[in-house]
Design a protein around this ligand. Structure first.
Ligand code: KG4
Ligand code: ZN
Length: 370
């Protein structure tokens, strides 16, 4: 049975995982740097890359130990090579290349956004079915729609295989996760914003505040900034003055708990409704057989419910990751490499550079990416 070691260090999570050729997760270790950045209210790139340097070797060792394999038993090495903070990406990428070089194994340069998209194919490992022959390789339904909703990305794709992903639409401003995080700050909720906003929304009235649904030149693009502004003015009042001189009448501390819950529920409903609206349009256009989703926001229960009913309405197969594989992890990196290997990909040259931008996000026109 083949074993792929995956390493992920694109932002503030140092992660390593071992996944087999059938995408069964033998280990997945994630070291979050949350506590290092909390006091700054966001990720500080220099602190992130230094922490990756300190943590990456112990995390890789832990992933190998948990999988019960020696490093020599690794058949291929994969790293998230783009997009992300360049200083952070370089740590995981350099280590993965060094291991591949030292062991003379294939190296897979993995796009983090694409890895999120295919994370729903990861499976639990079972010792009883531990040979590649015991389980057939996963096959990607084609054509399928793909949706990534994370802190850094909100994009829709046409999928015709793990190596054929075409961008259909994307956010023109904030990613959905970023909007959740900023809305949480506006409501006076602590970091991490997305999960805390979801918790706060429980019991709130989702129809307390109505948001307009943005209409954009590309009907498959997203825009979240209008939702944020509407929420800001609702919480703090319309600002007096402009720019840095603007002052607000109220603060989030003036909200009652009940009102805060209503606003959180309304924001969550509006953000999720926009995602489903774009999916409806894309389904009309593409006549897909399945929907693949991924990214941190897919951990949100309301979004998961709405995705399930969208797929039931449209008779689509829904391929959705377990919650632990929605947020950043390395199992999705190794798993995507395994999927590409099933499709005949034998790896990338060690000279492939780490890059801050996803190939799946480049350009304003839909683009096919291999
Ligand atoms: O995929 P991810 O771990 O990192 C990126 O690649 O961006 O996604 C993190 C994002 C954050 O914005 C976080 O607030 C959001 O996913 N998120 C959620 C939930 N859990 C994580 N948003 C809404 N509801 C959640 N339960
Ligand atoms: Zn991510």
């Amino acid at each position: 049975m083949s074993c792929i070691l995956g390493i992920e260090s694109s932002c503030d999570e140092t992660a390593a995982a071992v996944v087999d050729g059938r995408l069964r997760v033998r280990s997945s270790v994630v070291a979050s740097q949350y506590e290092l950045h909390a006091e700054y209210g966001g990720v500080v790139p220099e602190i992130a890359s230094r922490a990756h340097v300190e943590r990456v070797l112990p995390v890789v060792r832990a992933a190998l130990d948990e999988a019960g394999i020696a490093i020599e038993e690794v058949d291929a090495v994969a790293a998230g090579i783009r997009p992300g903070l360049i200083g952070s990406l370089l740590v995981g990428t350099s280590l993965a290349k060094a291991i591949a070089f030292a062991l003379d194994r294939p190296f897979h340069a993995i796009d983090h956004v694409a890895a999120h998209l295919f994370a729903g194919f990861l499976r639990e490992y079972s010792a009883e079915e531990n040979s590649d022959r015991a389980v057939p390789p996963p096959s990607v339904p084609s054509p399928a729609l793909g949706l990534v909703v994370s802190g850094g990305h909100t994009s829709l794709f046409r999928i015709e295989g793990a190596c054929a992903v075409t961008l259909l639409g994307r956010t023109i401003d904030d990613a959905v996760g970023e909007a959740f995080d900023k809305a949480a700050v506006m409501l006076g909720l602590p970091h991490p914003g997305g999960p805390n906003l979801e918790r706060c929304a429980v019991g709130g009235n989702p129809d307390a505040l109505k948001f307009a649904r943005p209409q954009l030149p590309n009907p498959l693009d997203f825009s979240l900034s209008g939702l944020k502004t509407k929420l800001l003015y609702e919480v703090r009042g319309v600002p007096q003055g402009r720019g840095a001189q603007a002052t607000f009448l109220r603060s989030s501390a003036d909200l009652s708990d009940a009102r805060r819950a209503d606003l959180a529920a309304s924001f969550q409903k509006a953000a999720v409704a926009q995602v489903i609206d774009r999916l409806e349009r894309a389904a009309e256009q593409e006549a897909p057989q399945a929907l693949l989703v991924g990214g941190g926001v897919v951990a949100n229960a309301h979004l998961r419910e709405e995705l399930a009913s969208f797929c039931a309405r449209r008779l689509l197969q829904l391929i959705v990751p377990a919650r632990a594989h929605c947020v950043d992890n390395a199992a999705m990196i190794a798993g995507f490499a395994a999927l590409r290997r099933v499709e005949g990909d034998r790896g990338d040259d060690l000279s492939v550079p780490a890059e801050p931008v996803s190939l799946l996000a480049r350009g304003t026109k839909p683009k096919r990416v291999h």
